[in-house]
Design a protein around this ligand. Structure first.
Ligand code: GLN
Length: 283
């Protein structure tokens, strides 16, 4: 009698421990599945629902502010809003100086940046880029009256205005003996040139051409050949899990004709085909 009660208790304890084990296993399985999928870097699921996007809105026609409300608009802004729509992400723009953008991405203060930013090998060391979204290149701008400059070599010992942290600034630094004057924003170097305080500006040709065409810059021309061929990309923190969603959104806009419409709106012409890999075009 005593012995059979003891056996009965033993069986109960065994049954209970088995039950506990089953419950424990069931509980832990969803957790382990979740952590496995969120740590797989190749997932196209963005880690956020609102994408904080940095931009320096002094670079028309890509990003610039208009009106009393200082509303930011431009080619890049239409593009990122389109990408947001295609990817199901809210876009929240955050204005900042161009040379503050990469540090903001590195510290995780923003999720992405669209700011006419050239994909370069140096930048690819510290951030990741989307597929290229437009082709550009650097050009020299001088005053209309200047007929002695047609190449970088002609700027030897001259005064060149540039925006700090840009590819134009890096290119101007190559000119022997030139005095490089740097500015925080993209519009100021041009203003200095217009005022005759510098001999030239080295910056992205599409921005200079737009300023000349719209009449916002007077008495200025582009001279010589394009100095570089560059492609802009959307920058994200290195290996960000949001990159795939951004690239997919961009692919959608390119495939469904929205990209062409945005391009036409800002450049009044058809775009040329775009390469698909950032690393292949890095300047
Ligand atoms: N494309 C240039 C760069 O990436 C300039 C960009 C800009 O002034 N916004 O450096």
């Amino acid at each position: 009698m005593v012995r059979s009660t003891l056996r009965w208790w033993r069986q109960l304890v065994l049954a209970l421990s088995c039950l506990l084990l089953v419950i424990a296993c069931n509980n832990s399985s969803p957790t382990s599945t979740k952590s496995a999928s969120s740590s797989s870097g190749g997932s196209s699921n963005p880690t956020v629902t609102t994408l904080k996007v940095a931009t320096d809105p002094t670079f028309a026609p890509f990003e610039f502010q208009v009106g009393n409300q200082k509303q930011t608009q431009g080619f890049d802004i239409d593009l990122i809003n389109g990408i947001g729509k295609a990817a199901g992400l809210q876009i929240q723009l955050q204005s900042m100086r161009f040379d503050g953008i990469i540090p903001a991405l590195q510290s995780g203060n923003v999720d992405a940046a669209i700011s006419g930013m050239t994909i370069t090998k140096k930048r690819l060391d510290v951030v990741s880029f989307s597929r290229p979204y437009i082709k550009a290149g650097l050009a020299i701008a001088v005053q209309d009256s200047n007929n002695s400059v047609t190449s970088l070599a002609d700027l030897k010992d001259k005064k060149i205005a540039v925006q700090i942290g840009t590819t134009g600034a890096a290119e101007a630094k190559k000119v022997p003996g030139a005095q490089i004057i740097t500015f925080d924003t993209s519009d100021l170097p041009m203003r200095e040139l217009g005022n005759g305080n510098v001999d030239a500006v080295v910056t992205d040709a599409p921005a200079t051409l737009h300023a000349i065409k719209t009449g916002s810059l007077k008495g200025i021309k582009i001279v010589g050949k394009l100095l570089t061929q560059e492609y802009y990309g959307i920058a994200v923190p290195k290996n960000s899990a949001n990159l795939e969603a951004i690239n997919k959104g961009l692919d959608t806009l390119i495939q469904n004709g929205t990209y062409d419409k945005i391009y036409q709106r800002w450049f009044n012409t058809k775009p040329s085909p775009l390469p698909t890999s950032a690393s292949a075009v890095a300047a």
